[in-house]
Design a protein around this ligand. Sequence first.
Ligand code: 5GP
Length: 181
Amino acid sequence: MQSVTVNNLIFDEYLSQREIATIVSEVAERINADYAGREPLFICVLNGAFIYASDLFKHITLPAEITFVRLKSYEGTATTGTVNMLIPLQVPIKDRDIIVIEDIVDTGLTMHGFIQQLKDEGARSVELTSFLFKPDSLQFPDATPKYIGKSIPTKFVLGYGLDFDEKGRNLPSLYVLRSEE
Ligand code: 5GP
């Protein structure tokens, strides 16, 4: 099995480039079918989703647009549900069909706040696609992605845009932290 060492920890390959490509094109096909006749605005959540967003967007055949936000770490926002943006939205979203692109939904807290914010600002519809989803970690059911690349167990993964202390984003496959036993 192919493995990598990042910040002194060993990770084993979990999804190959080929498996990832298949997953991404299948998600794109579903979105293309569901949004036929519409002009959705994709919002890529930086940093982690930039590679997934890039691959996914190339498979979108709709007259779609894409923009980018960077959301501040969610500590302290659990009670308010508001999400601070380090890079704010650059385009109006009123009456738009929004598809948020995430790398991974874990507890769902980040997306819970962000989705609510988009609805409050007058988006016509808001759906979420996430390359990965950890259903066993979910605490905010409204953050369940409609378009899931792959559901995975509650283990730490990196590569394909996802980092470990900012390292590993450039790995083209997805890796999972090797367990002790
Ligand atoms: P949530 O708000 O859903 O709990 O957290 C989502 C964010 O946590 C993701 O955007 C990502 O930054 C981080 N995260 C959660 N699980 C993992 C993981 O297994 N690997 C990496 N690299 N980041 C993760």
